[in-house]
Write a protein that binds this ligand. Structure first.
Ligand code: NAD
Length: 373
């Protein structure tokens, strides 16, 4: 095996702990240093995970760092990723990696000019459950998928995140914040989207934080928090997609795909695992095919959590000179779909999607094993 690539992190907030904790599970990557606008945040994570705390400039100039993971807030993703590329390093960003097609095209231009890679979360579609769904769609286990539904609805984020402001600013909201999980999975299963239409609203103009340490503070809501969209895929499938942070409780499944000979129930694409259920015509089959996928196994708090799988896949793709799965073209198409849904919500018009992408290569059981240390 070649030497692992050195990983540095910019943005040492909430999610950085998961990357730092889970990275040692994978081969091809070695977490080495971290930096943040707030030096104390970098020092705290460095101490917790035995890394080097650095300044942002120091990390970007470091010879032992090949890929920089951008875990800053959405509004900073583009600027920080551009800085990383300009420093001559590959970048892997949290979602959404940009907030517009133009920003994505600019990163693509710099990356091509410098022969660097850009990758983006989410990587949950590489999870065992979603790769089983992929296998079932590709093998036409329920025939051709003609339609489906996707629901991601909750009361919001201000009751758990310590710093929830960014969720309610442009760049946040249930479409740009959570949409990447659901739309990436739909695009990996069904291929690119052709056109969308949507309606959007917000139940509240202001919301009160109930999580510590800022409980009692008020937030202004500056992006829609309830969006109902319909998407038409190039495959011909049409999917209803409802995303909201104004719903206390609902009874819809996260994702259902209706095929010409049966139905596929896909578990929550926000997570790697879960149960895939399938019907033959209207009857549930007795379980799904045997599928012991490494990224479907429970490993943390009763769930399968393989966050950083997409980063490891990108590192191994660089080492082995092959395309990576959480690729810029794929993530940019998803951003295009999300921003088009928001635009349709504002104008009431259908929006034709200008970008397209290849589906990421399926990650079979053996492929997933190779990503693990
Ligand atoms: N928290 C989660 O459970 C979670 C899960 C999945 C994905 N994400 C995504 O990860 C990203 C970060 O989320 P988080 O919850 O860790 O946010 P956070 O607010 O907890 O942390 C963000 C960190 O980035 C730093 N930062 C902001 N702008 C910066 C800049 N320009 N340069 C350097 N550092 C900067 C902040 O100081 C902060 O420490 C978001 O895009 C979010 O959508 C979060």
């Amino acid at each position: 095996m070649s030497k692992p690539l050195g990983i540095g992190v910019i943005g040492c907030g909430n999610i950085s702990a998961a990357y730092m904790r889970l990275a040692p599970m994978f081969s091809g990557i070695e977490m080495r240093a971290c930096a943040d606008l707030a030096a104390e945040a970098a020092h705290a994570r460095a101490t917790e995970f035995g890394l080097r705390a650095d300044t942002i400039d120091g990390l970007l100039a470091a010879d032992d760092i090949d890929i920089v993971v951008n875990l800053t807030i959405p509004a900073a993703h583009f600027k920080v990723s551009r800085q990383i590329l300009e420093a001559g390093k590959h970048v892997y960003s949290e979602k959404p990696f940009v907030l517009s097609r133009e920003e994505g095209a600019e990163l693509a231009r710099i990356a091509a000019e410098k022969s660097l890679r850009v990758g983006s979360a989410p990587d949950t579609f590489l999870g065992g459950a979603h790769q089983l769904a992929r296998h079932l769609v590709d093998s036409e286990a329920v025939g051709r998928i003609t339609s489906g539904t996707c629901f991601v609805q909750s009361p919001g984020m201000e009751m758990w995140h310590p710093n929830p402001d960014f969720f309610f600013q442009p760049g946040g909201g249930p479409i740009l914040d959570l949409g990447p999980y659901y739309l990436s999975n739909l695009v990996q299963l069904l291929g690119p989207v052709k056109r969308v239409c949507a309606m959007s609203s917000s139940a509240w103009e202001y919301r009160t934080i109930t999580s510590e340490p800022r409980a009692g503070e008020t937030l202004k809501v500056e992006t829609p928090t309830t969006i109902h969209a319909v998407m038409q895929f190039h495959s011909g499938a049409q999917i209803t997609y409802c995303a909201s942070w104004d719903v206390w409780q609902h009874g819809h499944s996260n994702m259902e795909l209706y095929g010409t000979s049966g139905t596929l129930h896909v578990p929550d694409p926000n997570f790697f695992g879960g149960e895939v259920r399938m019907t033959e015509k209207s009857s549930f089959t007795n379980g799904t095919p045997a599928w012991d996928h490494p990224f479907g196994r429970t490993n943390e708090d009763g769930r399968a959590n393989y966050r950083a799988a997409g980063l490891a896949d990108m590192a191994q793709s660089i080492i082995n000179d092959r395309p990576h799965r959480c690729a810029l073209e794929f993530a940019l198409h998803v951003v295009d779909v999300m921003t088009s849904i928001l635009a349709s919500g504002e104008t009431g018009q259908f929006v034709e999607i200008e970008t397209s992408c290849e589906r990421p290569t399926a990650l079979g059981i053996e492929d997933a094993r190779r990503l693990l240390a």
